[in-house]
Structure formats: structure tokens, C-alpha cells
Design a binder for this molecule. Structure first.
Ligand code: ADP
Length: 338
């Protein structure tokens, strides 16, 4: 197996690479589930694989975490080649999935001790680490209660705590907050962030929630029907989608009309009542500067300026060709920005 140089260091940052994949493919029968996926994820970052149901997210996690094999492609995780060092990868990673490993009949502490045994920690070290994790995840009070009495949020926290017993360098989180209420979701986000900031781990998470990717991820890849249709930071992805604009407000109609005459009329929207001018723009700094330079050149002063970049919903829906589902009401603020 050949190892390409792109796998030893991130081109963008020069940081060591935690996960890389090239040409990853998987089919079940006639169905192509992954159709040549390429990924490079630097150490100490959060990467979100975003996609609708059935896009192939879980399949990707299962392959990268050694649970199932790919039909083709090369994978390196935590410095090891999946084709020859799957055991070493397993020893370096943690996986929490939609199907939790938590045993309902045991208490939280017993679950953690079980993981300590599986990780060959001695009793003393197992107890020490369990207590630390219970404390960190605010589960100490519930430590001796059976997990069957836990809320969904507590169960997810315990699941993640169990993953951490083995001190993994790379953690795969498959839809970590699906089904959680908004408050528990925010708690999970804080915990996930702390893993990267405090422990320096690398996180590969899958999600259907655009906000989750936006909140957590350093980089986002959008998976649709087994193909990566876009990759970048949340801001980069938003900028790729038309619909962004700069909105200028003026002190009076004279200034508004004078400004109106300066810009390309295509897509320009003037609101005489609100004294605003809407100029199509990708919202980037150079685009913003260009608009301000035009105003400056004509000695026109804008009273207020706002930049509207499309949100990830726009990106996602445009890239995956999906329509907004009826049970996900449109953001009421959107009406203001279009
Ligand atoms: P996601 O996690 O994005 O919802 P999955 O990776 O679970 O998507 O599934 C991608 C596609 O692969 C789906 O169409 C699913 O039905 C199919 N698939 C997944 N696992 C199997 C399997 N073991 N056998 C047959 N088809 C599968």
C-alpha cells in the first residue's frame, strides 16, 4: 500500500494529520453507499460530516473506526494505516454511536468500571478515572443509580465518558445529539469543545443538524448520496451560496438615491421607506471594502451597514437539492435577510 505525502501533514496548517482517507468507496449489493471520499483532518480539530439521512455518514464512521471494511480506498487514523494496523487504530480511538454501549442494568459507575476492565486498567486506576469522569460530566450524584433511570442527555454523557476511559486521541461521535432537547444538546456541545481544548483530541462527528456543525466544527464536509459535495469552514460554505448581501442605511432620501445610482442595478433593492439599499455580495472583506470605496469616492456616508451571509441551511439545501421539511419551520429571521 502506498502512503501519499498528503497523509503525513495537513497542507493547510502543517499540523499533523489525525485522519485521512482517499478514494473511500463502499457498496451494498447494487447500491453505492460511498463513492470515492477524500478527507484530511488535522490533529486537535473538530470535523463535521454533515448530511441527510441515508447519505452514508454512519458507514463512513464505521469504516474509519475499523468496524467494517471499505471496498476501496486508503485510510490512516492516528498515524496508522487501516489496511495493516487496524488494532493500533482501535487502541487509539473512541467511538460513540447512535446505538449506545451503555448497559441499562448497571449503574453509571459500574458501566465506567466495566470499560476500565476492557481497557486493562487496574482497579485502582479504573476507580480513579471513573470518579474523574463522573465529576467532569456532572454525573457524580447519579453514579450509583441504574442507567435505566437516566434521561437521554445523561445517557449520552455517560456514553461519551465511557469512550474516554481508554484515553483515545481520536473520537468518533455519530450523531451525538440526535433526539436530545436543546439544553442537553448545548451541554454536549460544551463537553465536545472541552475535549479538544483541554485534551487536544481530534473529533470526527456526524450530524444532521446544521447548527451543530456551525457551532462545533473547524471544518465541515457535506455528504450527499455517498459523495462529498462541499468542504470548508462554515463561513466558506456560506459564502459559496448566492443570497448574501450588504445592507446600507442612509440618513435621508438624497443620500439613498445618490448611492443607488453608484452600483450595478442587477439585484439592487432600494427601500425608500426604510432608507436602505441592499447590494448583492458574498459578504467577504474585499467585497465589503469595494462597496465602501465606491461610497467614499462619491463622499456618501452610510449610517449603518449590515452584512448578511446565507446560513448553513441555505448551503445544505442548495447542495443536497433537498426541500425544507414541513416539520422544520423556516427561521423567522430569514424573511428579513432575503
Ligand atoms: P447515514 O448515517 O448518513 O444516515 P448510512 O451510512 O447509515 O447513512 O447509510 C447509507 C446508505 O447505506 C443507506 O441507504 C442505507 O440503507 C445503506 N446501508 C447502510 N448499511 C447497510 C447494510 N448493512 N446493508 C445494506 N445497506 C446498508
Amino acid at each position: 500500500m502506498t502512503v501519499t505525502t498528503a497523509m503525513t501533514g495537513s497542507r493547510a496548517t502543517g499540523a499533523p494529520v489525525a485522519i485521512s482517507a482517499s478514494g473511500l468507496s463502499k457498496r451494498y449489493g447494487d447500491k453505492v453507499v460511498l463513492d470515492g471520499i477524500d478527507l484530511t483532518i488535522p490533529e486537535g480539530t473538530i470535523f463535521a460530516l454533515l448530511g441527510p439521512n441515508g447519505a452514508g455518514k454512519t458507514t463512513t464512521v464505521q469504516i474509519l473506526s475499523t468496524l467494517i471494511s471499505a471496498d476501496a480506498g486508503e485510510v490512516r487514523v492516528a498515524g496508522h494505516d487501516l489496511a495493516v494496523e487496524a488494532d493500533a487504530i482501535r487502541a487509539s480511538i473512541g467511538v460513540t454511536g447512535q446505538f449506545s454501549a451503555v448497559d441499562n442494568l448497571l449503574t453509571a459507575r459500574e458501566n465506567l468500571m466495566l470499560m476500565a476492565d476492557l481497557n486493562h486498567l487496574d482497579r485502582r486506576e479504573g476507580r480513579r478515572r471513573s470518579a474523574g469522569l463522573l465529576d467532569r460530566f456532572e454525573l457524580t450524584e447519579a453514579a450509583t443509580k441504574p442507567v435505566s433511570t437516566f434521561s437521554g442527555g445523561m445517557r449520552r454523557k455517560l456514553d461519551l465518558a465511557m469512550t474516554l476511559v481508554g484515553d483515545p486521541r481520536v473520537i468518533f461521535l455519530d450523531e451525538p445529539t440526535t433526539g436530545l432537547d436543546p439544553r442537553s444538546r448545548r451541554t454536549m456541545w460544551e463537553i465536545i469543545r472541552s475535549l479538544v481544548v483541554d485534551d487536544g483530541v481530534t473529533i470526527f462527528l456526524t450530524t444532521q443538524y446544521l447548527e451543530e456543525a456551525d457551532q462545533l466544527a473547524d471544518r465541515i464536509a457535506v455528504l450527499d448520496q455517498g459523495r462529498l459535495v462541499a468542504e470548508g469552514t462554515a463561513e466558506e460554505l456560506k459564502r459559496r451560496i448566492p443570497g448574501g448581501h450588504i445592507r446600507l442605511r442612509f440618513a435621508d432620501e438624497g443620500a439613498l438615491h445618490a448611492a443607488d445610482a453608484l452600483f450595478d442595478p442587477v439585484g439592487l433593492v432600494r427601500d425608500d421607506e426604510a432608507l436602505t439599499l441592499r447590494i448583492p455580495s458574498d459578504g467577504s472583506v474585499p467585497a465589503l471594502r469595494a462597496v465602501l470605496d465606491v461610497l467614499d469616492g462619491a463622499s456618501i456616508v452610510a449610517e449603518a451597514l449590515t452584512v448578511h451571509t446565507p446560513d448553513l441551511d441555505d448551503v445544505f439545501l442548495t447542495l443536497t437539492g433537498q426541500t425544507r421539511s414541513s416539520d422544520a419551520p423556516a427561521d423567522p429571521q430569514k424573511g428579513n435577510v432575503r
